[in-house]
Write a protein of this length. Sequence first.
Length: 617
Amino acid sequence: MESFFRMMPFFFCFLLIANVSELKAAQEKCLTKRCKHQTIRFPFQLKGLQPDHCGYPGFELSCTKEKQMVLELPHNVSMVVKHIDYKAQRIQLSDSGGCLALQLPNLNLTASPFQLIQPYEKPKKYTVFNCSREENWNYHYTRYYKVPCLSSPEFQVLAIPSDSRSAPNLVNCSITLLNISKTEVYGDMFYYHTGDVDLRWSQPNCSECEAVGRKCKLKIDNTQDETECFGATKKQRDRRKILLVMSIILGSCLLGLILFGLYRIHRSRKAAKEAQLKIEKFLEDYRVLKPSRYSYADIKRITDQFKDKLGEGAYGTVFKGRLSNDVLVAVKVLNNFNATGEEFINEVGSMCRIHHVNVTRLIGFCADGNKRALVYEYMLNESLEKFIFVAKEEDHHLGWEKLQDIALGIAKGIEYLHHGCDQQILHFDIKPHNILLDKNFNPKISDFGLAKLCSKEQSAVSMTAARGTMGYIAPEVLSRNFGKVTHKSDVYSFGMLLLEMVGGRKNADATVGSTSQLYFPEWVYNCLDRGEELRIRIENEGHAKIARKLTIVGLWCIQWCPADRPSMKAAIHMLEGEVDSLTVPPNPFGHADAVQMSANIPRKPNNRELPVIFELE
């Protein structure tokens, strides 16, 4: 018994589902039908094809083989339905045989749900002629009607309006008196109704449902033949159509975005795979140079989960690390935005070829999927930028002698890159941030992500886009109108670096408010051109000579035309020589006055003003 009560809810659920299924099946049988172009719906039903509950009693229709919709009325009167107006609750009927006169006398609508709508005009009187089949009926000047239901194979019956002024001369015809039961006959005349019959119905009243665009049906389990409205109104359907269209549009857009995203993911993965294969092939070619290869897990172990961050550049972040033999290293983890791995290949390809005291040594690398890192020897004093861009009150920590040694070391490193390797290496990013200092403040050039390798016989380098850091880029790198890109482009960057070492801050200082105080290189050239002292804070005459030497060499290196710049070998000779043997170079800004200055060079200051960003004596 207990199990029976437990099963009761499931039993009722089953009955509910069954009733819903039956109701749904019944509603599907009552869906709108069509007979040719005519629509059949409640209160009408298609006889023999729909159950009784789909229509109202007395509203049975038939669809003939000729696709004519026929309404059956009491006393065996059948008429063809021409039109149904569901809103006005009217139906228009006609007789396919043209003998409506024979049908009307038998039409009794007492037991029918329909009522006759009286015609606007009374039926006209017609004269009936009995004619032989041989009679020619081409009388275009007179309206006449054939009466098929009164004709036979031997003769035709013709009805002509009695008020016709010009009756035809019918040779083989005679006026006949029709003896037709219940047909209005007056002598030789009878009322021949040629129009349609309009009926209306008042019950069931579905006009309210139809007026708002809803449909009508019988109430379920109702013995009184009551009706009810169902379905959405016209406004609701229009709103649903709009929502459907909007949903389709939004869905199409969303689908397009998803497909585009999948395409981009596919392209990205394909590019990453191709880049990885390219890197693997590159590393296979450079295996003879024996750089150590680490996994990404090794990199995390070496950096202690990237605990100690040393700095961050455009192409990666540098962390302090320690190898298993307690050797300190600097690990540069490259950014993933360059899927081709170009900067990785550039740096490894360049560093594997270099063995110079003034170039950072590459210890190893990581190429683990899209995780890439470079392992360098650790520089205790970090970058030169830390020591030259200091506050006024702190002055130079390094001293002018050490600055001269650093400048000479940098020059020797660059000259080695240009002429000391098997292939010429152009750095394209010489700046204080990329000059590292070891524990003895010996400079080492680093960050070869933008470097290009070319043969020593190659006089110029082809480039698709400018590369470098704004403020250090040579004019010809930005525009080929200023000359070809050669090793002289690094010379220009080195000259800008020297002038920043002399000035103690960036050549274009964005922290200074007045634009007339921004550009140090031209101001310092004007001082030398007028034979004035630099008036930068200098302790003794020896320091003044060093500052003057570095300034002159820097101005020679930033000549606008590449051919006017010295090679790095010549720059080394100038740095190692005496300042008195150096001549002041031509004005580096003479060519710049004729053209719009490039974006990497700030607007020139007024020559008559002294920049206040430097401490003067």
